[in-house]
Design a protein around this ligand. Structure first.
Ligand SMILES: Nc1ncnc2c1ncn2[C@@H]1O[C@H](COP(=O)(O)OP(=O)(O)OP(=O)(O)O)[C@@H](O)[C@H]1O
Ligand SMILES: [Mg+2]
Length: 136
């Protein structure tokens, strides 16, 4: 089963759309609630990052018999130093974004903690691709 979502830049009211749809879907499939909780956290953080830090992108989720794989890709600006971005507390979020309660620098570490597999690829001026998977 494949699901696809567009993620618009700047629209925080719509962040959470993909994660809640996928949550519903996994509940219907009677996936272990602990697994659902973890993947929903990861998806939400990834959605917010596209909204907050990129010009926009999309998410693809594929559910198979043994787990869920999620690919989140955006069209830039890319991440300059992935190692730094992965550190807890590192954030380049704008003041406006911080005032909305984001920008603690915990999103990527949270994705890492809540997934079984996680990779980030990024190219400056091109974009960022996050790929993560949780097994049921
Ligand atoms: N899709 C992206 N495109 C460009 N830069 C990104 C992207 N995702 C993350 N980053 C960069 O990595 C940093 C760390 O991301 P992370 O999600 O850990 O923290 P945050 O988004 O700043 O704060 P929080 O997630 O706690 O609200 C961001 O501040 C930003 O500089
Ligand atoms: Mg974040």
């Amino acid at each position: 089963m494949k699901l696809e979502f567009d993620i618009a830049s700047g629209d925080f009211s719509k962040a959470g759309r993909a994660s809640s749809r996928i949550k519903k879907m996994l509940k219907q499939l009677q996936v272990d609630p602990k697994v659902i909780k973890r993947i929903v956290v990861a998806i939400y953080e990834a959605e917010v990052n596209v909204v907050a830090h990129s010009v926009g992108g999309k998410m693809l989720a594929e559910i198979d018999g043994t787990g869920i794989t999620v690919i989140v890709q955006d069209n830039g600006p890319g991440i300059e130093d992935i190692e730094k971005a992965m550190q807890e507390g590192y954030s380049t979020a704008s003041k406006a974004v911080r005032n909305m309660g984001f920008g603690a620098g915990m999103g990527l570490p949270n994705i890492n903690r809540n997934t079984d597999e996680f990779t980030i690829e990024s190219e400056l001026g091109v974009g960022t691709v996050l790929t993560f998977r949780n097994n049921f």
